[in-house]
Design a protein around this ligand. Structure first.
Ligand SMILES: Nc1ncnc2c1ncn2[C@@H]1O[C@H](COP(=O)(O)OP(=O)(O)OP(=O)(O)O)[C@@H](O)[C@H]1O
Ligand SMILES: [Mg+2]
Length: 327
């Protein structure tokens, strides 16, 4: 891939308006030291030395898009609590425009307790139920009103993505992509792009079957009337289903934390494709982007400078591999 081509795509992304609809989450990291076992129970005592907040779920998809340069809107819900306020101000800080309903539920939060880069415990606070009433009306109106080039559905099955909301999304008539949850399979019919991981694909087709990903993917794409299917396969990379099936190996150098890699994949695939990249190029770039974030701690976002650096590196390694000279 040529650097100039990637630079051109990154420039085009700046003209894109993307709307992310889905489940917002706050990721909290409590960093601590463990030096003793509790006298109260046979558990370690963690002395907290640092606290970090990151955008998770749909917020992380939006964050990746904003970082790539797109004008980014996000529609979802938070609770009437401090965490919700923090989440909103974090979105605004990143230049993301929120249209967020305040609902009678806690803001979804995932607290990770970490010591020496090891996760000791995760604490989830959430209420999973379909959004209804006032909050649902707010979301439908926001989806209908926001003008955009494309919509990304970031579904974590907490309740924002429902039949009503998907009707509204489809009514807009723009390109829409889905990062799916198997329970909501039926809502995704006719998507322009869908990005399940291998397990999600199996769960949405035939969980007990021993058929290959290729067979299952082909069948799923056909049945669901999908334009493009990209199945992410962790350390193995991703597989693109269009008229043909094509495999793209993963690009990570060192793997530190795979949290949020799927968010980066859907954000970068959509951004690069709508900026003018064909699907092969979009997949190659999404692999580069995911490879960068799995090399970083926690839910991370990809930056244009990192992508360009990675591409230069690959080019040099390629030249070396072919016995060429590196200047
Ligand atoms: N261990 C790994 N080594 C190299 N690359 C990886 C690894 N894990 C993930 N990736 C990259 O990240 C992409 C998405 O990862 P994966 O298939 O695990 O998505 P996911 O299960 O949806 O993740 P998430 O936990 O974010 O939902 C892969 O296609 C690959 O490019
Ligand atoms: Mg995922």
């Amino acid at each position: 891939m040529r650097r100039e081509e990637v630079e051109r795509l990154l420039r085009n992304i700046k003209d894109l308006k993307v709307l992310v609809v889905g489940d917002l989450m706050l990721d909290v990291y409590l960093h601590g030291k463990v030096e003793r076992i509790s006298p109260e129970a046979p558990v370690p005592v963690v002395e907290v030395v640092g606290e970090e907040f990151r955008l998770g779920g749909a917020g992380n998809v939006a964050s990746n898009l904003a970082s790539l340069g797109a004008e980014t809107y996000v529609v979802g819900v938070v609770g009437e609590d401090e965490r919700g306020e923090r989440l909103l101000s974090m979105l605004k800080e990143k230049n993301i425009k929120p249209a967020v309903a305040v609902d009678r539920r806690p803001t979804t939060e995932k607290i990770r307790i970490v010591s020496r880069s090891q996760q000791l415990l995760r604490i989830d606070r959430e209420e999973r139920r379909k959004v209804e009433g006032k909050a649902l009306r707010f979301i439908r109106e926001a989806v209908a009103d926001i003008e955009c080039d494309c919509v990304i559905i970031s579904d974590y099955a907490k309740g924002v993505i429902t039949e009503e909301v998907m009707e509204e999304v489809k009514r807009k008539g723009v390109f829409f992509a889905v990062d799916p949850r198997p329970v909501n399979r039926e809502l995704y019919r006719g998507a322009n792009l869908i990005t399940p991981n291998e397990k999600e694909l199996r769960d949405m087709t035939d969980p007990l079957s021993e058929e290959s990903v290729e067979k299952l993917g082909e069948r799923f794409k056909e049945e669901m009337e999908l334009e493009t299917l990209v199945v992410t396969r962790g350390p193995k990379g991703m597989t693109l289903f269009r008229e043909e099936i094509k495999h793209f190996p993963a690009k990570a150098k060192e793997v530190y934390d795979v949290t949020g890699a799927g968010d980066t994949v859907v954000a970068s695939l959509v951004a690069f494709h709508l900026a003018g990249a064909d699907w092969d190029t979009a997949c190659e770039l999404a692999n580069v982007c995911a490879g960068i974030v799995v090399g970083e701690f926690g839910t991370a976002v990809v930056r244009p400078a990192d992508i360009l650096r990675e591409i230069e590196l690959e080019k040099r390694e390629g030249l070396r591999g072919e016995g060429g000279r590196v200047s």
